[in-house]
Design a protein around this ligand. Sequence first.
Ligand SMILES: [Zn+2]
Length: 366
Amino acid sequence: MYQTNLRATHQQLIGISQIFPGNKDPETPVLNRFPVPVVARYIRINPQTWFENGTICLRAEVLGCPVPDPNNIYYWDDRPVTSDKLDFRHHDYKEMRKLMKKVNEACPNITRIYSIGKSYRGLKMYVMEISDNPGQHEVGEPEFRYVAGMHGNEALGRELLINLMEYLCHEFQQGNPRVVRLVTKTRIHLLFSMNPDGYETAYKLGSELSGWAMGRWTYEGFDLNHNFADLNTGLWDAEDNDLVPHKFPNHYLPIPEYYTFPNATVAPETWAVINWMQRYPFVLSANMHGGELVVTYPFDMTRTYWKAQELTPTADDLMFRWLATVYATTNLAMLDDDRRLCHYDDFMREGNIINGANWHTVAGSR
Ligand SMILES: [Zn+2]
């Protein structure tokens, strides 16, 4: 079976998904037609086994334009081009805040700056919201968040999100239809620095003088990627006791009681993010780390407690694998066959994606 996701640019973007039957033997050619004639600008093909029974299928995405007049192939709208005027500099806390303000002034109708709390040393954890009608949840508009810098010394994600903020503002003003669609149909929240204290520690010392872990942890020494509540164990216990989904719904997992005790070791930065997640109905999020060129997807923790690695899929595994693949097949650095490894693991064979728990188990990650 070939599944094709067809996206055509007309006055507005439309996405059509269609399954095309393939052949059952290697000899017989099969012809399938798109529902509308399309001139492709980009074609992306991912051979994957997506179906649970292991049927081989091929997902092809065609980003193209419907032919306005089949007899006049030269009649096109101008393709929206990116004219990046991005600020490719390192941004410390003050510079970051200054740039957020600048973008907010440049795009006041689609941006809003807010803070979700403070770090241990009192730095505000700023978020840039990008959406039409900022400050409002609109029914039917999915809320998405990107978080960077939970390990304070991993600066790449912070700069990527800062660039993304500038890009979205600039391209929206230019009328880039893809960006206009993102801004009007979703609500995007960017947290550039979840661990601002750690960032400042690493930034002030500089890479020459600090070890790999300098600034990774918070000022108090928390690794924020292990500091969230373990929600998996409760879910799996409930599953083992046949309580899911009626007695124990699996779409909103309660925080375990011990986690809320006064003597629980939870960083203020972690609580800020938990409260943030409880205030906004996020449907999807991504977390940027530095160090490896790979996209991981949930779960992050193995179900067999003594195993350091184990494939541990969620109920939405196909969706997560697809999302991870979309990122990994669009990132130019990941597509480069000749790229050198970041550390020791080579994720190329798996298409640069991996189930988090199948890489290494992490309890309380985010
Ligand atoms: Zn990290």
